[in-house]
Design a protein around this ligand. Structure first.
Ligand code: XMP
Length: 519
């Protein structure tokens, strides 16, 4: 993967759970940052010439036989190093200090105090003497290596932070990247600017401009094909390509009839014949094909498979019509690259890419114009490119769409019910200003019918389930506590406005044990 010519901070990953967060925090400070596995060689580090290196947390103990260590020379390259949690213990251990198991583990919010030396530290500029940090450790630094001074302590940790200014080495036992560390952002900013002397040259406008130039050079007069899903990643990728090569780009948008209300038209409004972007846009209204293939199918995995396969088939038919293409665009983003490439973190679920790679299309090369960006950066690139907010701010939506939010068999009637109910729910949450704090929120159609009473009559209708979760990474999530008045309002609107529904339930389950989607 080639990197931009910007200044870079290198994050060496030792398998901790907040590693992506560190990179995001650095980038929020307008400095480009890459996450690499701890096995990244010294030669490659020298070649990369990072302005600073951050060693992450990790599950190991530095003193065991199977501990993963850093090459010791990393501490004498003359590049500033910040060790976080396991990274701090690694620095202590490898430079001659002592790490041992703590009598008491520290987890969660912890009081932290700067020492007299700490109050003078470049790392702690504008940080209060007494504050709160986020801890998650069972080992601690019992003795600092020669040349280091202790800059912070906690009730359990004699060395909550240490530094050797002459060698530009800094370490915190706590996690500055986690928002619960009150001055964590400030500390990372201090490291980046005070210690590493970065200038902050990672800006979305220059990324966009540069990508367009590079795409132009690479593609020449080649033909490019892009599958638009309606989601933010493929939309931003498409606009970037359109700015680069205009009508050499064809976007195929397969409407499988399982999108949310108005979604297909919204995509067409942006990319269709009245588009302000130059490109060829093909919308395929394929819903009947999908409903036919889904008839009688109740198993979730089978539904996923059918939707994925049919999607590929439709896409294939359309791409054959446009003839040979040179490049195929994929909306891969940086978390996908990290998760699939580093080997330390969990692998992305395969079902999260609709149908996988279309290997039947005859193309020379895959282009992934967003593979260096985090989701929030993709959104700002989208804004930079003039995409409307309703697309830029779209919450993640699974490839199989409403198909996996309808429990049991999918029918056109059920899709219609769910679309209406889901629209009301999302509309009310947006109006109440709650949407922006939620990772995902949607309605699902349960396969349950129950007795109700409306007017003087008995009903026997479906129950709608409402879901809203807070999550950082979609691997774990907690059910959001929505205000009761809002839930009541949504309930009342759904049962009154959506024919076929007489009951509304709220899902209070977290992930685990449930998943975010219902199937
Ligand atoms: P779960 O339900 O596994 O979802 O907790 C985690 C995240 O993944 C999305 N998801 C999918 N995305 N195809 C996709 O493209 C799928 O089959 C699929 N299943 C779940 C889900 O929306 C959430 O963001």
């Amino acid at each position: 993967m080639t990197r931009p010519e910007n200044e870079v901070i290198l994050v060496l990953d030792f398998g901790g759970q907040y590693n992506q967060l560190i990179a995001r925090r650095v980038r929020e400070n307008h400095v480009y940052c890459e996450v690499r596995p701890h096995t990244f060689s010294l030669d490659r580090i020298r070649e990369m010439q990072p302005k600073g290196i951050i060693l992450t947390g990790g599950p190991n103990s530095v003193y065991t036989d199977d501990a993963v260590l850093a090459p010791k020379e990393i501490f004498s390259l003359g590049i500033p190093v910040l060790g976080i949690c396991y990274g701090s213990q690694l620095m202590a251990h490898q430079l001659g200090g002592r790490v041992e198991r703590a009598d008491t583990s520290e987890y969660g919010k912890t009081d932290v105090t700067l020492t007299a030396e700490g109050k003078k530290s470049e790392l702690f500029t504008e940080v209060q003497e007494e504050s709160i940090c986020w801890m998650s450790h069972t080992d601690l630094i019992a003795e600092t290596p020669a040349g280091f001074r202790i800059t912070a302590t906690t009730p359990v940790c004699p060395v909550a932070a240490m530094e050797d200014v002459s060698r530009n080495l800094y370490a915190t036992q706590f996690h500055p990247e986690v928002m619960h560390t009150k001055y964590g952002r400030q500390m990372l900013k201090n490291f980046i600017y005070n210690v590493c002397k970065c200038s902050g040259d990672w800006q979305m406008d220059s990324f966009v401009e540069k990508s367009i130039r590079e795409l132009r050079a690479k593609i020449g007069d080649g033909k490019v094909l892009c599958a638009l899903s309606g989601g933010v990643d493929s939309a931003v990728a498409a606009v970037l390509l359109s700015k680069a090569v205009g009508r050499q780009l064809t976007c195929v948008f397969v409407d499988h009839g399982l999108l949310r209300r108005h979604e297909g038209d919204e995509v067409e409004a942006v990319f269709g014949s009245k588009s302000k972007y130059e490109l060829n846009f093909i919308r395929v209204n394929a819903k009947q094909r999908f409903y036919e293939r889904l008839a009688g199918i109740t198993d979730p995995e089978q539904k996923r498979k059918i939707i994925g396969e049919e999607f590929i088939r439709v896409f294939e038919e359309e791409s054959k019509k446009i003839g040979k293409v040179d490049f195929l665009v994929q909306g891969t983003i940086y978390p996908d690259v990290i998760e699939s490439g580093l080997g330390n973190s969990a692998v992305i679920k395969s079902h999260h890419n609709v149908g996988g790679l279309p290997d039947y299309v005859d193309f020379k090369e895959i282009i992934e114009p967003l593979r260096l960006l985090f989701k929030d950066e993709v959104r700002s690139a989208g804004r930079e490119l003039g995409l409307p907010e309703n697309i830029v701010n779209r919450q993640p939506f699974p490839g199989p769409g409403l198909g996996i939010r309808i429990i049991g068999e999918v029918t056109e009637e059920k899709v219609q019910i769910l679309k209406e109910a889901d629209f009301i729910y999302r509309d009310e949450l947006k109006k109440a200003g709650l949407a922006k704090d939620l990772g995902q929120y949607f309605a699902a159609l349960t396969n349950m019918r129950s007795v109700g009473v409306m007017g003087d009559g008995r009903t026997y209708d479906y129950a709608i389930a409402l879901r809203a979760v807070k999550t950082n990474d979609f691997m774990t999530a907690e059910s959001a506590q929505l205000p009761w008045e809002i839930l009541q309002k949504v309930t009342s609107r759904i049962v009154n406005e959506v024919k076929g529904v007489n009951r509304v339930l709220y899902d209070c389950t977290g992930k685990p044990p449930a998943t975010i989607e219902f199937e």
